[in-house]
Design a protein. Structure first.
Length: 457
């Protein structure tokens, strides 16, 4: 979709995320069933358990977020979800949670649903690297997230914090490199170029001719043009990238000394990304639908594997904050064309168990409507949660913004039974997302009485 910059808000057409829209159109429906309207006991529980949070546009108050300590407990990963992309309140809330968690809870890395390769620009910047903030954000984020001022604010805060901190914070992208709303992986070649450039630096005389040949192919390293490669060219791409990854893994001590341990670790992971990107494109040589299916099936698993890699980078006791769409971070199963697709949250739950805490998001109303399932805010209108939705139950607390620890209802038989049934999370219409079982999907949830559009830059 077009990325033309609007001149005023009425012209804004917020794009639907291609991969998210495909996967999330059927997301969470496998749980089936219909949710009952909230009864009085459930509403009473919500009112009693709701943890009030001040509106996000009021000045930050540190004490507002002390609830995060007991909520997170000993978990190493706090996964924060947003219910729709491009909404101001969830992003501003995320920034404040990160601020508290970094300064009080031992969080040492922030990882977003954005391209892995591109995010390295931001990590360098927050560690005092050169560049101006607008250029860094524009080149370091994907999926149009570079246009959200809240993301700019986050990057600036991390740079300011790191300037004086003894324990520096790292920034990572978890998502497929090169993907964007402008098309399917239009900048995927960046991951390959980065790998080749690093090898030029650490192994200038090994496979130099092969790398030169691969560079000559990168103008076609796109889903729409990958089929133009000959069989020999495809083989050259695959073997060169696989050899590059194997080479980097073979001598970690030498390459770490030649650059730095952190850069070596990141470059090796980026080579892994390049191998995976090439495999996904190769899957769609004769059938673009097959390629799209390969991307959708691989995307959450790649993000989950990247979270596991980030945990290894920060050490055995440090914590990581992950931020992505609800449909990624919640512990739910999605479907695509009848095939089961595991979410990022399900992978992490299987791997780390209670070391993961999922903080989802819900709202009573989306100002601007919706631009697609799992997509961005629309241009106009207001989408209001159904009276039978989980959001309507949360609205019964009578507070504009709060956090509810779902686990506090586990020992209440009536509440526990209700939370074990499927509920519409936001809207109870066939076209809107979607049914979830609360006690499976998340550990806690943030409720906003309404979310409004971020002011795109």
């Amino acid at each position: 979709m077009s990325r033309a910059q609007p001149t005023h808000r009425a012209q804004v057409r917020r794009p639907v995320r291609w991969a998210t829209a495909v996967a999330m159109a059927t997301a969470l429906r496998s749980v089936g069933g219909q949710a009952p309207a909230p009864d009085a006991s459930l509403v009473d529980w919500v009112r009693a358990a709701a943890i009030p949070v001040r509106p996000v546009d009021q000045p930050y108050v540190d004490s507002t977020f002390t609830f995060l300590g007991p909520l997170v407990g000993r978990a190493r990963v706090l996964a924060i979800g947003e219910l729709v992309h491009g909404a101001h309140e969830p992003l501003a809330f995320r920034n404040e949670v990160i601020r508290y968690a970094v300064t009080h809870l031992g969080v040492r890395a922030v990882a977003l649903e954005s391209g892995f390769t591109e995010a390295h620009t931001i990590d360098a910047f927050i560690h005092g690297g050169p560049g101006d903030i607008d250029t860094v954000v524009r080149t370091g984020l994907t999926w149009n997230f570079e246009r959200l001022p809240e993301n700019r604010d986050l990057v600036l805060w991390l740079r300011t914090y790191n300037a004086h901190a003894r324990q520096k914070i790292r920034f990572y992208g978890l998502d497929i490199s090169g993907a964007d709303d402008a098309g399917i992986m239009p900048r995927a070649a960046g991951a390959v170029r980065t790998t080749l450039e690093y090898l030029d630096r650490v192994e200038p005389d090994v496979d130099r001719a092969r790398r030169a040949r691969v560079r000559g192919l990168l103008d076609r390293f796109l889903p729409a043009r990958y089929a133009e490669y000959s069989a020999d060219e495809r083989d050259l791409l695959r073997t060169t990238l696989e050899r590059a990854y194997a080479t980097l893994r073979a001598d970690s001590t030498r390459y770490s000394h030649a650059t730095s341990p952190s850069l070596y670790a990141w470059e090796t992971r980026n080579a892994w990304e390049a191998v995976r990107l090439n495999a996904m494109m190769a899957a769609g040589i004769a059938d673009t639908t097959a390629m799209t299916r390969a991307v959708v099936n691989a995307r959450d698993s790649m993000m989950a594997e990247n979270v596991r890699w980030v945990l290894a980078q920060v050490g055995p006791t440090a914590r990581v904050i992950v931020f992505a769409h609800n449909g990624h971070v919640m512990n739910v199963e999605t479907t695509f064309e009848g095939q089961r697709v595991e979410s990022l949250g399900r992978y992490l739950r299987a791997w780390v168990g209670s070391a993961l805490v999922v903080l989802g998001a819900a709202t009573g109303a989306i100002v601007g409507g919706t631009g697609g399932i799992g997509g961005w805010l629309g241009d106009s209108g207001v989408a209001v949660a159904s009276p039978a939705s989980f959001a309507a139950l949360l609205a019964g607390a009578g507070r504009p913004t709060f956090v509810l620890d779902r686990r506090t209802g586990d020992h209440l038989s009536g509440v526990a039974a209700a939370l074990a049934r499927p509920w519409p999370l936001l809207f109870d219409t066939p076209s809107e997302f979607s049914l979830v079982v609360p006690d499976q999907a998340f550990d806690a949830i943030t409720y906003f009485d309404r979310v409004t559009p971020a002011k795109l830059r």
